[in-house]
Design a protein around this ligand. Structure first.
Ligand code: GTP
Ligand code: SPV
Ligand code: MN
Length: 602
């Protein structure tokens, strides 16, 4: 066991140990031996199910408690010293008060459990853009997932010993065990005891009560987005909820695209799409998070701080996302899916038959089974996930771990809108692009189930639940970055793959066919095609975005490209009402854009 010599780290670990009183403390090293040992223990305790070694080598399934299935936005806090610094999009509690409340909860919370000290790096270990961190957790499920999603290594301890710098992340499932008490399959705390807390001025994360995804794997949303976005604003860079891909044309010219879509709105799918444009190919750099900094040539360079994919399982199939399927053939973790009778994994719309198995609630299950309410019982939870090493993706880009990053040519914003928003439009300039990002909206998904019965949610830059400070200041930071980048700023586009007909059918085939839209963007960047001016932005001239071989009629295309001024005036009014919440923190340039759009709509 490699233990740090750093006084600050040792003191923090000791203070957590004293507060949480675990039975033992284990310093993790990220080794295969450690992974195998913990999986072995979890299989023995019944928490994990080992899948069939022939069908799904070295892979494991977990089912969570039915109450602990997604991020909990209502229990997520930005505890800045001043309430106004958290802004209108975040929950806020005074940091001293929140620490007092949570310290009470943490007191003795690891009784009967092992406290793991996980040294991890977001970004390649030791690279100038990477961040060293320590997650303390009492969940072995968290340890094995962190192995895949981040770089867990004793080298991180060496770096902390040298630099005296690390981001402390404390996590507990919040379920102490009394003497002789048997553990349950998925320990967690009831909702009113769950807290996902961030102290941005101290770069500190405290999470209590949940074992799932972004609530518990603290390198992801908590560190790489909420804490990092606050750091980025202070230091002049960007931390965004964006996939990163490389699109290469038949002549070998590369375009790098970063796209911000809300949770469960298509980032993983786009990041690894199989291009249907002859000769053009996509390679994946990241599927969820981008850290971006201006480089020596003045362009914006992006890295993926993660090491794995924590992807939405349902809908992942050979036809929708074959590269994701190929990434999870082995060495994968599945959470809240169906374990089939022959020890394989399954979910809705996987494109393969399933005769039956055990569903995510651990019940015997068969396709077509109906519950007492008369509704079909889903085998996998809508937010069920796979965890897989990014290196296993067949189209992972050779540059995916390059600490220098890749230069971004194109930003794409979007969301899930079954109406109003056309398939694609381009911003007249970077400042309008910021407006597009700032007013992006989406229909809710299963990635956060506690949003209530909202039909549409404004989700600026797909970052609403992830901005670690005031959203108005965050928008201003985008304008400041725009000023720094000048004419080297990426071109901005807005897309919507999710339009539906009145009788509920998709208007656009989506998935691999989205490459046609990406190609049009690249043609725009190269000045190869002109565009039509519309009130909302620049749109393809018929014929420039190839529909060859697609089953999209002229009427359907017209519908996909329609700009209904009345509907947009309605959206504009909603956007104004939403942005009014930002008060005097709303950048004047956003108001300028609102007024200009209003004038164009007439
Ligand atoms: P997070 O991991 O939560 O951040 O989600 P994500 O943005 O990576 O979303 P993901 O790519 O996993 O897609 C979520 C859902 O959208 C899946 O069910 C997909 O099948 C579906 N989806 C993705 N792309 C398309 C598309 O082009 N068209 C349609 N109709 N559905 C899509
Ligand atoms: C998201 O919700 O955007 C995710 C999944 O990527 S989680 O890691 O749970 O945040
Ligand atoms: Mn995400």
């Amino acid at each position: 066991m490699i233990v740090s010599k750093n006084a600050k780290l040792l003191a923090w670990v000791k203070s957590v140990e004293d507060m949480c009183t675990p039975d033992q403390v284990v310093w993790c090293d990220g080794s295969t031996e450690e992974y195998d040992r913990l999986m072995g223990e979890m299989v023995a305790s019944g928490m994990a199910i080992k899948l069939n070694e022939v069908k799904r080598p070295n892979s494991f399934a977990f089912n969570s408690d039915p109450s602990d299935v997604a991020r909990v936005e209502n229990r997520t806090y930005i505890a800045s010293l001043k309430e106004e610094d958290a802004g209108p999009t975040n929950n806020w509690i005074d940091p001293a008060e929140l620490k007092a409340t949570m310290s009470e909860l943490y007191k003795g919370c690891m009784k009967g459990r092992t406290m793991y000290v996980i040294p991890f790096s977001m970004g390649p270990v030791g690279s100038p853009i990477a961040k060293n961190a320590i997650e303390i957790s009492d969940s072995p499920y968290v340890v094995v997932n962190m192995h895949i999603m981040t770089r867990v290594s004793p080298k991180v301890i060496e770096l902390i010993d040298k630099t005296d710098e690390f981001i402390p992340c404390l996590h507990s499932v919040g379920a102490p065990l009394e003497e002789g008490q048997a553990d349950c399959r998925w320990p967690c705390a009831p909702i009113e005891k769950k807290y996902i807390a961030h102290f941005p001025e101290e770069n500190l994360i405290w999470s209590f009560g949940s074992g799932y995804g972004g609530n518990a794997l603290l390198g992801k949303k908590c560190l790489a987005l909420r804490i990092a976005s606050a750091m980025a604003a202070r230091e002049g860079w960007m931390a965004e909820h964006m996939l990163i891909l490389r699109f290469t044309n038949p002549e070998g010219k590369q375009y790098h695209i970063a796209a911000a879509f809300p949770s469960a709105c298509g980032k993983t799918n786009l990041a690894m799409l199989q291009s249907t444009v002859p000769g053009w190919k996509v390679e994946t750099i990241g599927d969820d998070i981008a850290w971006m900094k201006p480089g020596p040539d003045g362009r914006l360079y992006a890295i993926n701080p993660e090491a794995g994919f924590f992807g939405v399982a349902p809908g992942t199939s050979e036809s929708s996302n074959p590269m994701a399927l190929a990434s999870i053939t082995e060495n994968a973790i599945f959470t809240n899916c169906v374990v089939t009778d022959d020890g394989n994994i399954w979910w809705e719309d996987m494109g393969v038959e399933c005769t039956g198995g055990t569903d995510w609630k651990n019940q015997p299950w068969k396709p077509g089974m109906v519950g007492t309410d008369g509704k079909e019982i889903k085998g996998a939870h809508p937010n069920s996930r796979f965890t897989a090493p990014a290196a296993q993706c067949p189209v992972i880009c050779e540059a995916w771990e390059d600490p220098a990053g890749v230069p971004i040519d194109i930003f794409v914003f979007g969301g899930k809108r079954t109406n109003t928003m056309p398939l694609v439009h381009e911003a007249y300039d970077f400042e309008q692009g910021i407006y597009m990002g700032a007013t992006a909206s989406s229909e809710p998904t299963a990635a956060a189930l506690d949003l209530g019965n909202v039909k549409l949610r404004f989700d600026p830059f797909a970052m609403t639940p992830f901005i670690g400070y005031h959203a108005g200041d965050y928008m201003q930071h985008w304008f400041d970055m725009g000023a720094t980048l000048g004419d080297k700023a990426p071109r901005c586009f807005y897309v919507n793959w999710f339009r539906k007909t009145d009788d509920g059918k998709w208007l656009w085939p989506g998935f691999g066919e989205n490459s046609r839209v990406l190609k049009w963007m690249c043609d725009r960047v190269d000045g190869k095609v002109d565009a039509r001016e519309t009130p909302i932005g620049l749109m393809p001239i018929d014929g420039d975005l190839s529909l060859e071989g697609l089953d999209v009629s002229a009427e359907e295309w017209a519908e996909l490209m329609k700009v209904d001024a009345d509907l947009f005036r309605g959206t504009l009014a909603d956007a104004k009402e939403y942005l009014a919440k930002f008060g005097d923190k709303l950048p004047a340039k956003i108001t300028e854009q609102l007024n200009a759009l209003e004038a164009r709509l007439g």
